[in-house]
Write a protein of this length. Structure first.
Length: 451
């Protein structure tokens, strides 16, 4: 009996230590079992207390009267499936007649408290089927991406959502995106994750970093073109426009408009072309876009108009040619001059890190997801990297990218430098860097100290 008590105390102590220091391990060992039992035992009473039940049907009441039995109670949504995950639980519900998915969404906060979980979110899968994603701990406190993801040629995992799901950047679904954030908000880390995930793929990277290249030039071996000042950026964007027009000529030449060819084989963008004829897609990353829009003289104003015009043309016409924009900045409003709001309208994907005022949040979400504005301005300053991601559908979610150091991102880019495509139009802007010299590893600490 004494040994049993000791074992129980050790297990309880281990569970408490894991919950404090390693919440992910605690969830996988103890938390998922306790949460599943708590949901199954208290499901009916919790749903009734949250107003998510319906009265029994008339035929059930009539049968109870005929059989002289007790009247049936209210009915909760039927559990279709309860699936554990590495961060929580997924509960799929079949709604009863008369229930609505909005009722479940409005009760997620009450369900979170009732089931003792960290977070609950809902989404409607199809008519009558609602999925509740529950998280057992704060997955954004220390982001750990799953070992297996579901990427595609132009779909990359870049962050973790607060419901435990992976946040993907899908360039074919959302070609162009805007990323906002104040200084020290985690915007640069998010950009590094994009580059690190794109580096192993068959894609050309083009960078514009007007902070003298301090963010993107350490990753230069994987870039087909780089610009570190507005003058070079203007020439680079003009070259991208010329490349885009050349790609359209390739598409026109191989559209296959003969009457014998089915309509499905008529090419309208690069992804409809055969693989051997398809031009390489290009992702253009612009850091601190305000530096491209500011001017202090007549000459700089002409350069600014040239740059914004080229960006608008790429945003409007670049998708079919395989040119995708990632524009980052601290602010992106009409105070940057004419053409800015036209450019912003073409950037369907929106990501906002911590901002300093509500106006900056409105620049990101005011025209597509007003509910996300409050969430963006409520991000605490000590949670660097936390962001709100939304798109033109009005949906949004809280995400956080894993911390990627500049050294780690540079190592990934150097490892995949052989994948950097040479594009004729962008050849003058190809960064020229010295070759890497291998550094021999010391055989011992003594040898390292002597060196």
């Amino acid at each position: 009996m004494t040994w049993l008590l000791v074992v129980v105390l050790l297990v309880v102590a281990a569970a408490g230590l894991l919950r404090w220091r390693r919440p992910a391990w605690y969830w996988l060992t103890f938390g998922v079992t306790f949460a599943a039992l708590r949901i199954l035992v208290h499901y009916g009473s919790v749903m009734d207390a949250c107003g998510l039940t319906v009265p029994p049907s008339r035929w059930r009441m009539r049968l109870a009267r005929m059989a002289n039995r007790d009247m049936p109670g209210p009915r909760a949504p039927r559990i279709v499936r309860l699936r554990p995950t590495r961060t929580g639980l997924v509960l799929r519900l079949k709604l009863r007649p008369g229930q609505d998915a909005f009722d479940v969404a409005a009760s997620t906060d009450r369900l979170r408290h009732s089931f003792g979980l960290y977070g609950v979110s809902s989404r409607e899968l199809r008519s009558g089927i609602v999925e509740l994603r529950m998280t057992g701990y704060d997955v954004l406190k220390k982001v750990q991406m799953p070992a297996k993801t579901d990427p595609a040629p132009m779909r990359i995992p870049v962050a973790l959502r607060e419901d435990g799901a992976v946040h993907y950047r899908d360039y074919r679904a959302i070609p162009h995106a805007l990323t906002l954030g104040a200084t020290e908000s985690g915007k640069s880390v998010y950009l590094r994750n994009l580059v690190a995930e794109l580096a192993p793929r068959d894609v050309a990277l083009v960078g514009i970093d007007c902070k003298q290249g301090v963010e993107l030039f350490p990753l230069a071996r994987r870039f087909s073109a780089l610009a570190d000042n507005p003058d070079t950026a203007a020439d680079l964007l003009d070259a991208l426009v010329d490349h885009m027009e050349g790609v359209y000529q390739i598409i026109r030449a191989h559209q296959g408009l003969a009457s014998a060819i089915p309509d499905a084989e008529i090419a309208a963008d690069i992804w409809d072309l055969p693989a051997d004829l398809r031009p390489v897609p290009i992702v253009v990353l612009v850091d601190e876009v305000a530096e491209l829009a500011l001017f202090a003289s007549r000459a700089e104003e002409k350069r600014r108009d040239r740059i914004i015009t080229a960006l608008v043309r790429l945003a409007q016409l670049g998708r079919a040619a395989g040119v995708y924009l990632e524009i980052c900045g601290q602010r992106f409003g009409s105070e940057l001059g004419k053409g800015i709001t036209m450019l912003r309208a073409q950037l369907s994907g929106r990501t906002a890190h911590r901002v300093n005022d509500e106006t900056s949040a409105n620049m990101a979400f005011g025209d597509i997801a007003p509910d996300a504005v409050l969430a963006a301005i409520s991000i605490p300053a000590d949670m660097r990297g936390v962001a709100i991601s939304g798109d033109s559908t009005g949906g949004w979610s809280r995400i956080r990218a894993p911390h990627t150091s500049l050294r780690k991102a540079a190592n990934i880019c150097n490892r995949h430098a052989d994948r950097t495509p040479d594009l004729a139009e962008l050849a003058p802007f190809r960064p020229v860097l010295p070759h890497l010299k291998p550094v021999p590893a010391p055989v011992s600490k003594t040898a390292a100290a002597a060196a």
